[in-house]
Design a protein around this ligand. Sequence first.
Ligand code: IPE
Ligand code: IPE
Ligand code: MG
Length: 242
Amino acid sequence: MENRKRKTESGNAPTHVAIIMDGNGRWAEDRGLPRLKGHEEGARSVRAILRAAKKADVKYVTLYAFSTENWSRPKAEVDGLMKLLGHFMKRNAKELIEDKVRLRVMGQLERLPKKLQSQLEALMEKSAKDYERTLIIALSYGSRTEIAEAAKAIARKAAAGDLDPETVNEETVAQHLYLPDVPDPELMIRTSGELRLSNFLLWQLSYAELYVTDTYWPDFCEEQFFQALESFGQRGRRYGRI
Ligand code: IPE
Ligand code: IPE
Ligand code: MG
């Protein structure tokens, strides 16, 4: 219980919800539409879920938008997704600022198109001034890369004599991940029924509650988000105790 109080500031509601937004392609294929149409519809769900998160006062929302593995998709789909991300940022910048949402991005951002990089940087900077909640987009993100980068940074410090290897512990690793100041997600939602993590926040989700729904992401709406929160509220989190 002690642990839970520390991690969950708002009673039974999670402080941080992470979401694997999956099933856009199948949503489109079921309707005989191109996959990109599914991604477009998925962007609507993002807006709906951000509004729902505001109502529920969830302080941090992390959305898995594009994985390091997704770079292996056909070029047309990758290009379409990058364009869509740019449009999404443009269309939603005003609402994010008004809602006092700080935008943060985690992943190998240097692999993104330059234009998208500068767009994201501008919004990250603008939204960091006065905010109450945080939206984190995992973009060109892979958890194993993140952990490997952390190991590299720690090794460099040790080699330079700035860190005693004997002192390296869980906290040291956590402090070298992409966003060390963000609390771990207490709830991870995955849509489209797949029962896997797909290289998402492997370290940070160690003790998260998992919620998987068969609904494809474009059909995931406010009501289903609240159902996930409800389910979370009923879980007994034991952290290995009894
Ligand atoms: C999730 O939907 C969005 C991204 C991975 C970018 P998918 O594109 O994976 O949709 P499915 O899984 O093929 O249906
Ligand atoms: C995970 O979905 C990545 C995102 C939602 C961005 P994928 O569709 O890429 O994952 P797999 O291929 O089913 O593992
Ligand atoms: Mg998928």
